[in-house]
Design a protein around this ligand. Structure first.
Ligand SMILES: [Zn+2]
Length: 407
């Protein structure tokens, strides 16, 4: 299914977003191609293009000769025509990016997440970081369309709240969207971190995948899912809680009653704890997410150098993730599993060696098609880029659901 437009005037804004989005995703595109992709008439597309050009969002990029011999004007986005901000909140570290209309990161900031009880210090740090970033780039406020926020769930979508995220101490229920809108003065879009990461991979990650799971490896472990080119959200926008899927049938007993759940076998705090217990790394304050993150990097660096004890711990976690990746690929009939998240750069070398063959061995559809297992193309900033992409793709909060027509 492809996003289709409607020629009715009342959905003009939606059509404009649709056309802008298509121009953004293709390096050069003509009115005729835009018409074919959206189902809008060429006349409607022409009107929209004129409006987008005069708003400084797209520009003509020369003319090419079509098969018919006619010359067609090609359009492309004006990268500096519009910006969005993306914030990723991880219990260890927050990342803020400034994304331009072409999907390029123009500036970024990394902020250590305050660990005081409750959200107040975190909110203040976010407001300061946004003011710094926008101030130093001297971008006119009207060119910034909003702030996308990617946060650990669970979230309550209608009120824009976080509901007692397990890895943020003392947060309870926090109306994050309204708090940030009033303090930052920009429209705010809130999304669960796993869903934001999948969105980033879909919109800014090269755009070649349409059926994939994004396995998010951070303080917690989750998955974002894209099917038929659409980001899945589920009944309450909280899709992706894969922590209690078992990656090791002989693993330790989990609080849920199962064995070897990846929430306990593969989360950084458990890897670090196991390594400290074995004397591989010095002991760590397991309640301090930043200390755990630093210790995980140390552990993975040891493993990369061939330290046997470190290698055994990291490889075991990789095998567990590989089993879950294989099961996800089977359940959802995926083309690809993308691995990423805040822990990814530390884990990637070992995971890219261990995960693909195990996942491939579990596939029930291997006679029909292969499933690619790879790392994210967006690097450390994936969550923040995803959050910024959410703003770009929902600038007028146009949820496409009711405007989709099968074809
Ligand atoms: Zn469990």
């Amino acid at each position: 299914m492809e996003r289709r437009g409607s020629n009715l005037p009342r959905v003009g804004d939606y059509n404009q977003l649709l056309v802008l989005d298509l121009v953004r995703r293709s390096s050069n595109i003509s009115r005729v191609e835009l018409s074919e992709h959206t189902g809008l008439s060429v006349q409607t597309v022409s009107n929209i293009c004129r409006r987008l050009v005069s708003a400084g969002l797209i520009e003509a990029a020369g003319r090419v000769e079509a098969d018919t011999g006619a010359r067609r004007t090609m359009f492309r986005v004006v990268p500096q025509g519009q910006y969005s901000l993306g914030l990723h909140i991880d219990p260890a570290r927050m990342t803020l990016v400034l994304l331009n209309l072409a999907g390029q990161v123009e500036d970024r900031a990394s902020i250590v997440t305050p660990t005081t009880d409750g959200p107040e210090d975190v909110l203040k740090a976010i407001v300061d970081a946004v003011a710094d970033l926008v101030g130093r780039r001297a971008i006119p406020p009207l060119r910034v369309s909003g702030l996308g926020v990617s946060a650990p769930g669970p979230i309550r979508a209608e009120s824009g709240s976080l509901v007692g995220p397990p890895n943020l101490r003392g947060w309870g229920v926090v109306r994050l969207r309204d708090e940030l809108e009033s303090r930052v003065g920009l429209p705010v879009v809130l999304e669960k971190d796993t869903i934001a990461a999948a969105t980033g991979e879909l919109w800014a990650g090269g755009g070649t995948l349409s059926n994939f799971a994004f396995i998010y490896l951070g303080t917690g472990i989750g998955a974002g899912v894209v099917l038929d080119g659409e980001v899945m959200r589920g009944a309450s926008d909280n899709l992706g809680e894969i922590g209690h899927l078992s990656g090791d049938p002989d693993g330790p007993r989990c609080s849920c009653g199962g064995r070897g759940c990846i929430a306990i076998t593969s989360a950084p705090v458990h890897l670090v704890s196991a390594a400290a217990g074995a004397g591989t790394i010095p002991s760590v304050d397991l309640d301090d997410p930043l200390a755990v993150e630093t210790a995980l990097r140390h552990l993975c660096a040891l493993a990369d150098k061939g330290d046997e004890s470190a290698l055994a711990i990291v490889e075991k976690s990789a095998r567990a993730i590989a089993r879950v990746a294989g099961n996800l690929a089977n359940v959802l009939d995926l083309d690809a599993v993308v691995l990423g998240g805040p822990s990814w750069s530390a884990l990637s070398r070992i995971y890219l060696r261990v995960v693909p063959p195990i996942t491939a061995s579990l596939l029930t559809v291997s006679d029909v098609h292969t499933v690619e297992v790879r790392g994210t193309t967006l690097g450390e900033d994936g969550g923040a880029i995803g959050a910024a992409s959410l703003v770009m793709s929902s600038m007028a909060s146009a949820r496409s659901d009711h405007l989709l027509v099968p074809h």
